[in-house]
Design a protein around this ligand. Structure first.
Ligand code: ADP
Ligand code: MG
Length: 891
């Protein structure tokens, strides 16, 4: 041991602050080397060679072979610009996820100059003495110098069974198997120990692994997988249409080259290469806005799962309540019920147990800010009010033995030296303590044996306090012997004398009741899973509106005796449930049963024992302020404010992001119809109606005018009514038949009718009749160019109308407001500028084949925008009327 300290120039009391600061400057922060910094050329390259891009390259190649270098160049521009945009979107998404770490600073306890201190894990240096406790993450590699812990090495070995590590021997062998070494990136699942840090940052085992594997890839979410499949389907359709056009175009009298060019045009126009990165970016934007509002989501894909949540299983303490407890009532066997501030005669006996049996620190200007369990802080406050010395140092000095709080036993005991001799002090849940008592305290300080009546009186008092929503703790004690210093827990916690009860008030958070109401409106069921007393839990649940449509209370013992089928039936029935006196392990069972009956489950947790349930749930929610590192690592989402209302907000955000993806899918799909119809008309008329749109015009739409409004739709604010609909079924795909109908059947067909009409109108106005020549040199050629330009501008105008229509799926545009998405206006401004440039700049005219349009024609075309929007608005209005409140449900 001394040798380790000597080598690291440290000691059992740790480093002093000056030395630590100096080492931090020399060694640098304890952080893993940043990943992926230099690999951006590769990331950009990837965008140029992904399968859809390869398809476009092939199209460009064909165009070159067909002798149309302008088209080939245009396609290459499409590929490059799209790759650039996709690259930018993905970088943005990655940064958004990387930035989340800043919201979850990892903190760790170290000894500095002999005093325990909490510091950011990034400031740990070699030679620091780290205090490891149950639930803590190991901040750096180190060697245990004192104590023993169980560690979960799965991050390093993949083996998730915890292994024991204790200070002492250090035989030679591979470091991962050394019995006294602990490693960064692993977690401590039980025990307590001190470790001296031997390596930080990149000089740790996991740092070496990170350097080897480099970039950790982004895992595709189910949504992205679905969209990728759809993108491929559409690409296949595009290739199919392109290939089909070739013979049709030839039959209609086109030259082979011209037919090929149009085939390529159709293909390029319809390949949805921008879809995936746009979705990734929409998810990332969702993650970022959630983080700012208290919910740090650790995977992009969680955003979409959140939106389909059907059941939330929540803790009570700290999540529904403020986690700030105040002693509100006291009860003693001799004196009965009283108030702690008024009935001073009843307090001292209780205060003496509260003073000793505790691990918390009250805030004290001389010592520092308080810390510890809110239950214990409240009890210490009671002791301090009774004038007792509640300093941690005094308590430590007098303590002979401790049996820490165990969430399964729901009690804690200490053996302490007191002025009246050594004594056992026990506190905990009433059932857990009462069962260990054989006597009750009399008013004169003596003892009465605990008989059936006495027991009933205690339970009646408990029920009364719990019914007011108070957390009730029983306090007990007895004189101790030397044997108690080493005896087993069972024996120490026996033959106790009950001193009395304390009722602690933990107010429900003001934000919770409205959030529960919103959950109910959204068809989400809220169950409470708590270790607290059933009556307390029920009172708190009711006070925030849980169980408004029926509430059942199920105790942990009843739960334990239930068969799987019975539990499934219980959970499948209507109404909400309070699971009380539940052991953390039982949470996993509840979650599994819920998943089994087909629910999408979000579950909260904060302790080491909650980790399995957090992993099993669709959305594991850990507490950022009060939870353990282990729970945070097992969770999908971490609440920085521990507030239930934040879960509801996250669900709403999840729904919003998912709906927005649908919005831009509708928008992007809609333009396919007006683009394809001119080709169909040309082919079906056997060439009598000339082609209404040139290939380069299609590219100009695809490229110049579409992307930014699509991105803007990804940022739409939530649509009214979003949280008064039932959750989306787990099996429902992102693209529904109704969406396709709306995109193609309503928006697409309307646009096609308008643009084709405009095209024909311009031609007819110039004296055209079907079959009249319109090629270069013909009298009608200029009119033909005007007509195609009109189609182009018409499609852009229709897309503007479509963008406004796509902003809502059910609601009217009036209810969301014209200006609530300023990004969309920027996108449309850009769209209009590009279109104007294409129509009026001579360079663009030469490339794209446009001619300037007169003001009257432009004005006519602009009307297309409100018409397309109006048709969809009417359609939505019709559906709202046909199915009023269709998706409402009261739980
Ligand atoms: P919750 O679900 O409310 O967080 P816990 O699992 O923390 O419940 O606590 C369960 C029960 O254990 C509490 O109702 C209380 O009676 C008892 N208890 C909680 N904290 C302590 C403690 N520090 N010491 C002794 N008993 C405790
Ligand atoms: Mg708790």
């Amino acid at each position: 041991m001394e040798r380790v300290f000597h080598e690291l120039r440290s000691g059992p009391a740790g480093l002093d602050d000056r030395d630590a600061a100096r080492r931090l400057r020399v060694q640098g922060p304890n952080a893993l080397p940043a990943r992926g910094g230099a690999s951006w050329p590769r990331a950009l390259g990837r965008q140029l060679v992904h399968p859809l891009a390869l398809l476009l390259w092939a199209a460009a190649g064909l165009a070159l072979v067909a002798g149309t270098p302008v088209l080939a160049a245009a396609v290459v521009v499409v590929v490059v610009l799209n790759a650039g945009l996709a690259f930018w979107q993905e970088q943005h998404a990655e940064h958004a996820v990387a930035a989340l770490e800043a919201y979850l600073p990892v903190r760790t306890r170290v000894l500095r100059g002999g005093v325990a201190r909490e510091i950011p894990a990034s400031e740990v240096v070699t030679g620091d003495v780290v205090l490891l406790v149950e639930g803590a993450a190991v901040p750096a590699d180190g060697r245990l110098v004192d104590g023993a812990v169980q560690v979960d090495l799965s991050a390093l070995t993949g083996e998730s069974v915890p292994v024991a590590r204790r200070a002492g021997t250090h035989p030679p062998g591979p470091p991962l198997e050394a019995p006294d070494l602990v490693f960064r990136g692993t977690t401590c699942t039980a025990g307590a120990a001190r470790a001296v840090v031997t390596g930080t940052g990149a000089h740790t085992e996991i740092g070496r692994i990170a350097a080897l594997t480099g970039h950790v890839g982004h895992h595709e979410s189910p949504l992205e997988t679905q969209v990728r499949r759809v993108a491929w389907l559409i690409a296949a359709v595009a290739v199919g249409t392109g290939a089909a056009f070739l013979p049709i175009g030839l039959l209609a009298g086109l030259s082979f080259t011209a037919a090929l060019v149009f085939a390529i045009g159709l293909l390029v126009a319809n390949v949805p290469e921008g879809l995936l990165p746009t979705i990734t970016l929409a998810l990332a934007a969702g993650v970022r806005s959630l983080a700012r509002r208290g919910a740090v989501v650790r995977r992009l894909s969680a955003v979409e799962t959140l939106g389909s949540t059907t059941v939330i299983c929540t803790d009570k303490t700290g999540t529904l309540t403020e986690n700030r407890m105040h002693p509100q009532a006291v009860w003693t066997p001799a004196g009965g019920r009283g108030r702690p501030d008024q009935d001073a005669d009843r307090v001292p006996v209780l205060a003496r147990v509260a003073q000793r049996c505790s691990e918390a620190d009250l805030p004290d200007p001389a010592v520092g800010p308080g810390s510890g369990d809110p239950t214990e802080l409240a009890l210490l406050a009671l002791a301090a009010a009774a004038g007792l010395d509640t300093r941690a140092a005094t308590r430590e000095r007098d303590r002979r033995a401790v049996h820490p709080f165990d969430p399964v036993l729901t009690r804690m005991s200490t053996v302490d030296t007191t002025p009246a001799g050594t004594a056992v002090h026990t506190k905990g849940a009433v059932e857990a303590v009462l069962g260990r008592c054989t006597a009750v305290r009399r008013a004169d300080g003596g003892e009465d044996p605990l008989d059936t009546d006495g027991r009933a009186a205690v339970l009646a008092a408990t029920a009364e306090l719990a019914g007011e929503g108070l957390r009730v703790l029983a306090l007990a004690g007895r004189p101790a012997s030397d044997a108690d210093l080493t005896a087993a827990r069972e024996d120490v916690e026996s033959g106790l004398v009950l001193e009395g009860l304390v009722g602690l008030l933990d107010r429900p958070r003001a934000s919770v009741a409205p959030a529960v109401a919103r959950c109910h409106a959204a068809g989400i069921t809220v169950h409470v899973v708590t270790g607290d007393h059933p009556v307390t839990a029920e009172a708190v649940a009711r006070s925030v509106g849980i169980g408004a449509g029926g509430l059942r209370v199920v105790g942990g013992d009843v739960l334990a005796s239930m068969r799987e089928r019975e539990l499934d039936e219980l959970l499948a029935a209507d109404g909400e449930i309070v699971f009380a006196r539940v052991a953390p392990e039982q949470k996993l069972r509840i979650v599994e049963a819920l998943v089994h009956v087909g629910e999408v489950v979000a579950v909260t947790g904060d302790g080491v024992n909650d980790a399995p349930a957090l992993r099993r749930a669709d959305i594991g929610v850990a507490m950022g302020a009060s939870g353990t590192d282990v729970a945070r690592e097992a969770a999908t989402m971490v609440l920085t404010d521990d507030d239930f209302a934040t879960i509801e907000r996250a669900v709403a955000a999840g729904r919003r992001v998912y709906e927005n993806v649908r919005k831009f899918v509708v928008y992007i799909f809609a333009h396919a119809v007006p683009e394809v119809v001119p080709f169909l008309l040309f082919a079906l008329s056997g060439g009598a109606v000339p082609l209404g749109l040139t290939v380069l015009q299609i590219l100009a739409i695809d490229l110049g005018t579409e992307t930014l409004p699509a991105l803007a739709l990804g940022r739409e604010p939530a649509e009214p009514g979003l949280m008064s609909r039932r959750p989306r079924p787990r099996t429902e795909g992102v693209i529904r038949a109704r969406m396709l109908w709306r995109a193609w059947g309503v928006l697409g067909v309307t646009s096609a009718v308008l643009t084709t009409g405009a095209f024909l109108l311009v031609l007819l106005r110039a004296g055209w009749s079907p079959g009249a020549p319109t090629g270069p040199g013909a009298a009608l050629h200029h009119a033909y160019l005007e007509a195609t330009t009109a189609t182009f501008v018409g499609i852009v105008a229709c897309q503007i109308g479509t963008a406004f229509a796509a902003r809502t799926e059910h609601a009217s545009l009036r209810t969301v407001g014209l200006t609530s998405n300023p990004l969309l206006w920027w996108g449309i401004g850009f769209e209009v500028l590009v279109t104007a440039a294409v129509v009026y700049l001579p360079v663009a005219q030469r490339i794209v084949g446009t001619v300037a349009l007169d003001a009257a024609t432009v004005a006519l075309l602009l009307v297309c925008a409100p018409v397309v929007w109006g048709v969809d608005e009417l359609d939505r209005w019709r559906r709202r009327r046909a199915e009023p409140g269709q998706e409402r449900r009261t739980p």
